[in-house]
Design a protein around this ligand. Structure first.
Ligand SMILES: Cc1ncc(COP(=O)(O)O)c(C=O)c1O
Length: 379
């Protein structure tokens, strides 16, 4: 990194210049196996021919169009997203995850006359002021807390704690089906379903943040579809356009009809190239492909579970979102992986987060496990 960038990110000391399939290349020509897909974005890896071809095609037609004009590409994408998410309603396009959360929160607050919002401990929903209000953790909120919207945080995965904190004023609940940044935390079976039923009975708007877990990451289109839950609002982002900025808020018809014109807009939201890519991804992500994601994830998790080392606390995940919790030395392990030309990322306090592109092969998974095992046995 140079002296002109305000660098607020993890320092990797690595300059990446190119990508191909599941690999990234640095400025010295070294080849790195990508087990993080840019924090869950490049779900089909790099230089994907089908993606490149729709980019080129759209580039020479029109690549940007304000939302006040109609366009069949956006219409088609909205229709397909609603179908994939099994939702009857409307779609609003934005650019980033935090923007989707901001819009979702505004739509929800506007649609309820109840004043209390519930989010989860260890949650991550982004860092703009509204999204940050829903994001747990002093490290992100410190110094700005008093300017945030008041939100009650309950324990993720604990239905009793959720119910205990409900009041007649609870109007909005926000949840990730699997917590990503918080440490790849999976709730117990049926938790999401019960939580969604409670929200429905009590007329509470449920926002499901599928920004990291959606678009096939867990082997279903949405992670919440493993339990077939009902949501009023769904947020999508990250992998939606394989690297171009695109996010979406899906709102139920009941909410959609209430939102007044100009209540929320975005100059760049729904970029046409990004939307074309997203349509192509939806075509690629058929049932067979989703099944492959599930079985690759299962294969990787089972292989990791066979490693016998006291540093490992737990291996957990679903599909290709996987966390390796270690007792200590997380940073050192990540560094050693990088020295061995593998890129992974952190989550929570002590978790190594794996978000490989969906096109990862068995051979590449075996290579990852072999190197990881060597490292964990030697740190
Ligand atoms: C679950 C979840 N929600 C929201 C966000 C924020 O997305 P963005 O960084 O695109 O604003 C993230 C990003 O990591 C996320 O994982």
């Amino acid at each position: 990194m140079n002296n002109y960038i305000l660098n607020l990110y993890l320092e990797r000391n690595l300059e990446i210049v190119e990508g191909e399939n599941c690999y990234l290349f640095d400025d010295k020509g070294n080849k790195y196996l990508d087990f993080m897909s840019n924090y869950g974005v490049n779900i089909l890896g790099y230089k994907n021919k089908e993606i490149e071809s729709v980019i080129k095609d759209q580039l020479y037609k029109l690549f940007n169009l304000h939302g006040s004009f109609g366009n069949k590409i956006r219409d088609e994408l909205a229709k397909n997203l609603l179908e994939k998410c099994q939702m009857v309603g409307r779609v609003f396009f934005l650019n980033s995850g935090a923007e989707a959360i901001e819009a979702a929160l505004k739509f929800a607050i506007y649609s309820t006359n109840k004043k209390e919002i519930i989010s989860m401990k260890n949650s991550y929903h982004g860092k703009t002021l509204g999204a940050l209000s829903l994001t747990f953790g002093e490290k992100y909120r410190k110094g700005i807390e008093e300017f945030l919207i008041k939100v009650k945080f309950v324990e993720f995965g604990n239905l009793a704690d959720f119910e205990r904190n409900l009041t007649k004023n609870t109007g909005v609940v926000v949840i990730e089906p699997i917590q990503g940044d918080g440490g790849i935390n999976l709730p117990p079976d049926n938790y999401l379903k019960s939580l969604s039923e409670i929200c429905r009975e009590r007329n509470i708007i449920l926002i499901v943040d599928e920004i990291q877990t959606g678009f096939g990451r867990t082997g279903k289109f949405l992670a919440s579809q493993h339990e077939n839950i009902y949501s009023d609002i769904i947020c999508l982002g990250k992998g939606m356009a394989n690297g171009l900025p695109l996010s979406a808020v899906l709102v139920s018809e009941k909410i959609a009809i209430r939102i007044p014109k100009f209540f929320h807009t975005s100059t760049f939201g729904g970029n046409l190239i990004a939307c074309r890519i997203s349509l192509k991804i939806l075509e690629i992500l058929d049932d067979n492909f989703l099944e492959e994601i599930k079985s690759k994830g299962h294969y990787l998790i089972e292989k990791l579970k066979k490693i016998n080392n006291d540093l490992i606390v737990e291996i957990r995940g679903k599909g290709l979102i996987i966390g390796i919790e270690v007792k200590e030395k997380r940073t050192e392990i990540l560094k050693r992986l990088q020295e061995n030309f593998i890129l992974a990322i952190p989550a929570g306090e002590n978790v190594i987060r794996l978000l490989p592109p969906y096109i990862i092969s068995e051979k590449e998974i075996n290579h990852f496990v072999e190197i990881f095992q060597k490292i964990i046995n030697s740190v």
